[in-house]
Design a binder for this molecule. Sequence first.
Ligand SMILES: C[S@@+](CC[C@H](N)C(=O)[O-])C[C@H]1O[C@@H](n2cnc3c(N)ncnc32)[C@H](O)[C@@H]1O
Length: 268
Amino acid sequence: MRRMLALLLLCNAHALRTPHPLLSSAAAHTYRADAGREFARIAPHIKTSLLENSNKTQDLAAGKALLKKMDRAAQTPADLTAVARRGYIRTVYDDRAFQVAEMFGAAHRAGVKLARGARVASLGGGPGCCVLGYRVFERIAFGSATSRLWVYDYADAWRDDVAALARALDEPIPFGACDLARGLHAPENDEVRALAPTLDVVLLSRTLSEVPDRGWTPFLRELWATLKSGAVVFVKDEQDVEAEAVDLLGGDAWSVPGVRGVFLRHGE
Ligand SMILES: C[S@@+](CC[C@H](N)C(=O)[O-])C[C@H]1O[C@@H](n2cnc3c(N)ncnc32)[C@H](O)[C@@H]1O
């Protein structure tokens, strides 16, 4: 399976120029249109309160500066000021939620086993856009929204953003602390450690690469050892980080050539 993933990654340059069958089929087009409608319905309920009385130009400038730091793994929780978070929400939120929904839809159509009623946690989840993406996926794929959602991050500043998402979805979405740079058994990760054996899906979207020097490997290895059989870890990140995660966990891996994101299923 690892060799297959390496081959798929090597094929990326070609795959980017040719429509991928999984993402360009009639089913994919229908799914994408449904997802667009779902996002359009929910997004105003989330964002109106978060962005009210703010200056768009200032938000975008602060968001850009934050993203630059994130790209260099140079950000700290102190960089997540209100204006920078609004910038993130204005520039990244929709795309990221959509990308997660898109990938789960593609995986589901391809036969990756994803069950309704899943317990789903986003780690390094920021404002919760990834769990929103999962929610949109399940509404379309299963016709209902029966998952339970959690968000963890090392920056407590995201709490209000996750609360806004919970209000919009009219359900509790617990938000807590985690530090991917520390092992799962570090006190910072107490809540995640307690929850992990009950989870069906773990989302790690654009967050491992923010931990310098591959400092996330002890956390991920220990998390994997704690997850139940059949649980899925979804890593969406730089190509080398995704490949390292596959290597580290050695699980059954599934991905779409040319599209960032790999699904790892915990075996028996
Ligand atoms: C680029 S954002 C991604 C947020 C969200 N997962 C997404 O896909 O949009 C990176 C997130 O990782 C968090 N983060 C960075 N280093 C972390 C660490 N050591 N432990 C936990 N979270 C971390 C940041 O606070 C931020 O919310």
